[in-house]
Design a protein around this ligand. Structure first.
Ligand SMILES: Nc1nc2c(ncn2[C@@H]2O[C@H](COP(=O)(O)OP(=O)(O)OP(=O)(O)O)[C@@H](O)[C@H]2O)c(=O)[nH]1
Length: 885
């Protein structure tokens, strides 16, 4: 007679094993556990009435659930089953028996099975194998699912009651370690589990009793039987799995099962059993758990959402730190008008805005130089009197240089005789034991250029006004610049030795600018001097010191030095040389320092008399050697103890500078084009100014801006030092601007591009001419009758000295052609050194009319011999053209 196993029938009927066992009991069929076999007749009898909610028919549809990579569990569809638990649950409470079926599911099963197994041992073996595949056990779990964690699984995956079970073990696993020691499962285990897992299931204990009555040590069987599914459950519970061995010895069948199990589930064991045995299991869980968390927690904790950067970060790095694609960041930046690449550095502000879009915060952990520099304000008691720093300003030829020289000479003579004066950009003189520092860069351009860099160096301005000339344009500018800087003025009315000098008239004129002589009841000190005759120079110095007293100039000499670069150059022998005007602290030999984008170490210092100096205190100018590069005038000099820190700051500044340049370029072209469109009726004249030095660039720019009228607005959209480049031409094209070059030339490519694009490049070497031209053009009066026509340029590759003729430039024609008798310019680093005529053009000793690109030739310049290797000779001719501006 064919038989069927209880669990198979239960599976077929879609009900829990326990439940079926209860039904069997009710039906008078005695079974010890779900592995027991019953007659098919009995089975059919039971199937007919079908269990509570679930109809046997439903058993047919089975569901496959992959429990692990090697185990697939098949079981009846849960849809119905899901409801079942509801019914059984309430029952369990009153009836211990039912409860058993529900709660102890995994554990209890194990217990009861054992006894029966004893009987059907051999069969089981086979079954076990089967079980492993189809995973019948699940049904048992079904009942508990609703109460335990299974529900979670159901909810997420598929009503898989089974799944729920699987989970149960997982949950238990945590407790597993403790349970393990309770191999005597029957009684203890059930209790433990129910209590731990479902505290609400009180019947559990009672059940267990009954269960324990029936079974005792069979845990082994239970484990085996359930095969893998079970295993998971039991193993999860830890105790059973391992115990299987110890408990099994009781029955040979068990052993076989175990063997089978080992064979079949070797892999699984390693993963599930083994770990379950001890801490390993925990590890396993731990491993799993985090995985789960990872997927859940997609957003880092608040603390991890703060990105610390040091002054700047590249787009790629920021994307990486935020865990987003760099392309996403680039897209966002593009929307904001920034065309960047993955390696584009972002400053803190930009990065912060960008990061905010992705829910991150940016924290700038860079060393703040200003902080270091400013540090804590000096305590009043640490301050000591320091010499005043003086700048001389005035109109052209009013005697600024003469006055400076006169003062210095007098000082040198009076001071250390024999000292060889050197031009280091600043010097100090002594008067009655007190020092005065003069900045040897007369003129307001330098003064303003320094100020534009944020350097406030000058304490007192000496305004030189020629007594025979009076207040002139630059005098006015000097006054304005001084006032803007808030620097007190001492007027030196110069050239009083001249017969036609009228100091009073000067004083009178100055009152118009708010400078009233103290002689006349005002508060401005005015000294009548003569630089030429050395008249009243002492008095002038005296007045300077008096003014300094009023100002109470003080500084703390006992700390790391801080100063400003007054002048800097690249010396062939000594490398970068910079004159530092120490403003605070004392600069010592060996100090590390940061200057602008450069860092270095003070390797040598000397004063304006060429003497070696070991240290320089406040207001003392010294020439410093040891910098990594040539800084700009006006750069702040900061001495520091730490070399690494100095280098770091310099690097950061370089990055910043590069960013600023990049930002400036992209901004200009875009912004101005837009502005132009927006300007509507207002006629704009956009100008780009390029010059040989910052001072002239600023001067030209400033003069041009002043030409703005109500009708035409003049915008200097870009100004910089250097040759006219392609970038300038591009900008001019986009902004419909003209380019004004002051003492510089366009690069070859830029020239070609300008011609192609129709950009007007105008070159001057006199500011007045540039301003006048633009002014006339704005008034519609510009009538340029001649326009320069570029012919070509040659590079000087050798210089030959020819008797009677002088130096001849052995040149290579780089571009265009060079024509005999053409006008030429000699350029050195794109700065015009000489403008004149070509005196000779030869090829192999033969005079030629012209030489084309790619050929070599000898070029002689009229009345000019200072030709050097690398110079560029540009040939051009003037042609008549109509006004175009
Ligand atoms: N008679 C007389 N001539 C003076 C005096 N000071 C300067 N000069 C002359 O004025 C001219 C201009 O003097 P500079 O010292 O070059 O004037 P500056 O203001 O420095 O001129 P720039 O450098 O071109 O701005 C020179 O020829 C000097 O000799 C003075 O006190 N008396």
């Amino acid at each position: 007679m064919s038989k069927v196993r209880v669990y198979e029938l239960a599976q077929k009927m879609g009900i829990d094993n326990k439940e079926l066992m209860i039904k069997l009991k009710d039906a008078g069929v005695e079974v010890k556990n779900h592995m027991a076999m019953i007659d098919e007749a009995d089975a059919k009898r039971l199937e007919a009435p079908a269990p509570k909610g679930s109809s046997p028919d439903r058993e047919v549809p089975k569901e496959e659930v992959r429990v692990t990579s090697t185990v697939i569990r098949r079981r009846a569809k849960v849809v119905d089953t899901v409801e079942e638990p509801v019914a059984p649950q309430p029952e369990p409470v009153p009836e211990p028996v039912k409860v058993e079926a529900v709660k102890p599911a995994p554990v209890v099963e194990a217990a009861p099975v054992e006894p029966q197994e004893t009987v059907v041992a051999p069969v089981k073996t086979e079954e076990v194998v089967e079980v492993a595949k189809p995973l019948p056990e699940p049904p048992k779990v079904e009942p508990p699912q609703p109460k335990e964690q299974p529900p979670v699984q159901r909810a997420t995956a598929n009503r898989a009651v089974i799944l729920g079970r699987v989970e149960i073990p997982g949950v238990r696993t945590k407790e597993a370690p403790t349970e393990r020691r309770e191999p005597p499962r029957p009684s203890s285990r059930p209790q433990d589990r129910p209590t731990q897992q479902r505290p609400s299931d009180r019947p559990a204990p009672q059940r267990e009793k009954s269960a324990s009555d029936v079974v005792q040590a069979p845990p082994v069987v239970a484990d085996d039987r359930k095969g893998k599914k079970r295993i998971e459950v039991d193993m999860a519970a830890a105790p059973t799995g391992d115990r299987g061995k110890p408990g099994a010895p009781k029955k040979g069948v068990d052993r076989k099962k175990e063997v089978l199990r080992k064979a079949d589930l070797a892999e699984k064991r390693e993963r599930v059993f083994e770990p379950g045995k001890s801490g390993k299991k925990k590890k396993n869980k731990e491993q799993r758990a985090p995985e789960g968390r990872k997927t859940e927690i997609t957003t880092p904790k608040a603390i991890k959402r703060i990105i610390r950067i040091s002054e700047s970060i590249t787009v790629g790095e920021l994307a990486k730190r935020m865990g987003v694609k760099a392309t996403d960041l680039i897209r966002v930046l593009m929307k904001q008008g920034m065309m960047v690449t993955i390696n584009h550095p972002l400053d803190v502000d930009t990065a912060a805005i960008l990061a905010a879009d992705f829910g991150y915060e940016i924290e700038n952990v860079a060393i703040d130089l200003e902080e270091i520099v400013e540090a804590a304000p000096d305590a009043p008691e640490s301050l000591e009197e320091r010499p005043p720093v003086v700048t001389i300003m005035g109109h052209v030829d009013h005697g600024k240089t003469s006055l400076l020289d006169a003062i210095r000479e007098a000082n040198v003579i009076a001071g250390e005789a024999g000292g060889i004066t050197q031009h280091i950009g600043a010097y100090d003189v002594e008067r009655n034991g007190r020092k005065i520092t003069f900045l040897d860069t007369p003129g307001h351009e330098a003064f303003t250029a320094m100020r534009a860099r944020g350097a406030k160096v000058t304490d007192i301005v000496i305004l030189v006004v020629a007594a025979d000339d009076g207040v002139m344009p630059q005098t006015r500018e000097a006054i304005n610049h001084s006032k803007a800087a808030g620097v007190p003025i001492i007027v030196a009315i110069n050239k009083i030795d001249k017969p036609d000098s009228k100091p009073d008239r000067v004083k009178q004129e100055l009152t118009e600018f708010g400078l009233q002589s103290s002689d006349w009841g005002g508060d401005t000190t005015m000294v009548e001097v003569s630089a030429k005759k050395r008249l009243n120079l002492e008095e002038l110095l005296e007045m300077i010191l008096l003014q300094a007293d009023v100002m109470e100039l003080k500084a703390n000499p006992n700390k790391q030095a801080k100063g400003t670069i007054v002048e800097a150059k690249l010396d062939k022998g000594r490398g970068p040389v910079a004159t530092v005007l120490v403003q605070e602290g004392t600069l010592k030999l060996g100090d590390y320092c940061v200057v602008g984008v450069h860092s270095g170490r003070v390797r040598a210092m000397q004063n304006d008399r060429g003497e070696k100096v070991l240290e320089a205190g406040p207001a003392m100018p010294v020439e410093v050697i040891g910098l990594s590069g040539v800084p700009d005038a006006g750069d702040v000099f900061v001495a520091m103890k730490d070399e690494k820190q100095a280098k770091e700051i310099a690097t950061l500044r370089q990055i910043k500078q590069r960013e600023m340049e990049l930002a400036k370029h992209s901004k200009l072209s875009l912004d101005d084009l837009y502005k132009k469109i927006q300007s509507g009726e207002v006629k704009d004249l956009n100008v780009i100014v390029k010059g040989d030095v910052q001072g002239s660039v600023e001067a030209v720019g400033e003069s041009l801006r002043k030409l703005s009228t109500d009708a035409v607005r003049l915008n200097v959209i870009h100004s910089a030092v250097g040759a006219v480049t392609e970038s300038d031409v591009n900008l001019a094209t986009a902004s419909n601007a003209i380019i004004i070059g002051f003492n510089v030339r366009p690069e070859v490519k830029a020239q070609g591009m300008a011609e192609k694009e129709g950009v007007d490049i105008r070159l001057y070497n006199v500011i007045y001419d540039a301003v006048e031209d633009v002014k006339k053009a704005m008034e519609g009066l510009l009538e340029p009758t001649f326009k320069e026509k570029y012919l070509g340029r040659a590079e000087v590759r050798e210089v030959f000295s020819v008797p009677k003729i002088g130096n001849v430039a052995g040149s290579y024609i780089q571009d265009g052609k060079v024509v005999r008798n053409a006008q030429v310019r000699l350029l050195r680093d794109n700065v015009v050194i000489y403008t004149g005529k070509m005196s000779s053009l030869r090829r192999f000793k033969d005079d030629v009319k012209e030489v084309a690109t790619g050929y070599e030739c000898g070029i002689g310049l009229e009345n000019y011999n200072d030709i050097k290797l690398g110079d560029i000779i540009e040939a051009f001719e003037m042609e008549k053209v109509a006004a175009t501006l």
